[in-house]
Design a binder for this molecule. Structure first.
Ligand code: BMX
Length: 307
């Protein structure tokens, strides 16, 4: 559990379904009191994802009729329909009415949102983005996701695509992305891209973690791959700043929070003119941002609907 958490007022049950890991938590009196995690079955169809969510919720003490807030990788429409943007990450969930399925299965109120938007909202409200009016969060993990919060308002769109900054173009890539686009940030900087590039270059790795371990041991081939990822994220931060006038960008995700990554992004950003350089910091809520944010965003949407 993260001792730094200051999430007063946040309480309930939350789920975070990413491309690699699935987590559930119980949050009481501003503290995560229970938390469990397992691997995501990334090729499983929607009903199996629902089974796994229900199993983990039960493990953290959820019982009907407690409400549940769920953050997922992929886009979630205003009607609660879930689809992967990168169809190589979650291969079998396209057009799933996830909100209805979970409601029917659990028999309780269910809120579903994108994982990076949830994390962005949590960081803006309780963590590294507090006091910042023009804020973005970027997760560098299995994929590259994002969330934008301007004057406390999370930016969303009816089709659930808003904030998917990992699918912006990157001049450092020439690869075809699982989104169908070519040369995206995700296709050079994300975890799957990092392991793919290593294997294409003849270095047998199982995951991006192996590449980071080789980089920590000083292997030049690995350092080059991880630095290119950080450079693509730095350029993305500058690009987003031209559009949104960002003051601060928070990095999260297993790669975004790995040792040395933040400083590598900062170093690459230092080559940009000052006007295009937001502050780059690490997520305060670490790997719990999306869990905390799912509950906070659910409350925020209820309040917004009332006004
Ligand atoms: C991808 C996209 C985003 C997600 C981001 C981080 C899919 C399946 N995912 O850009 O919706 O927010 O990855 O997800 O289209 P993670 O799996 O790396 O945590």
């Amino acid at each position: 559990m993260n001792q730094q958490l200051n999430i007063e007022g946040v309480k309930g049950f939350a789920v975070d379904l990413g491309g690699t890991k699935l987590a559930a938590a119980r949050i009481e009196n501003g503290k995560i009191t229970e938390r469990v995690q397992c691997a995501t079955a990334s090729n499983a169809p929607a009903d199996e994802q629902v089974d796994a969510i229900e199993r983990l919720l039960t493990e953290v003490g959820w019982q009907n009729p407690d409400a549940v807030s769920v953050a997922v990788a992929g886009r979630v429409t205003a009607q609660g329909v879930w689809s992967a943007v990168n169809v190589g990450t979650l291969t079998s969930i396209q057009d799933t009415p996830i909100q209805e399925l979970l409601k029917a299965r659990l028999g309780c109120p269910v809120f579903v949102c994108n994982d990076a938007i949830a994390a962005a909202f949590a960081e803006a409200r309780f963590g590294s983005g507090t006091g910042t009016s023009h804020f973005a969060y970027i997760t560098v993990s299995t994929g590259v996701g994002g969330g934008i919060v301007i004057d406390g308002m999370p930016i969303s769109s009816p089709n659930g695509l808003a904030g998917h900054v990992g699918f912006a173009s990157s001049r450092l890539s020439s690869a075809i992305c699982g989104s169908g686009r070519t040369a995206t940030v995700e296709s050079i900087a994300g975890g799957r891209a990092i392991s793919r590039i290593a294997n294409q270059n003849g270095h047998r790795v199982r995951s991006a973690r192996d590449v980071f371990e080789a980089a920590a041991d000083g292997a030049n081939w690995a350092l080059e791959i991880t630095k290119t990822s950080a450079k693509a994220i730095a350029i993305l931060c500058a690009d987003l700043t031209t559009i949104l006038g960002l003051q601060k960008v928070t990095l999260g995700g297993s790669i975004g929070l790995s040792p040395g990554y933040l400083s590598s992004v900062q170093e690459h950003l230092s080559f940009e003119p000052e006007l295009f350089r937001p502050d780059i910091v690490a997520a305060n809520l670490m790997h719990d941002s999306a869990l905390v944010g799912a509950i906070a965003l659910s409350e925020f949407s209820k309040q917004s609907a009332r006004h």
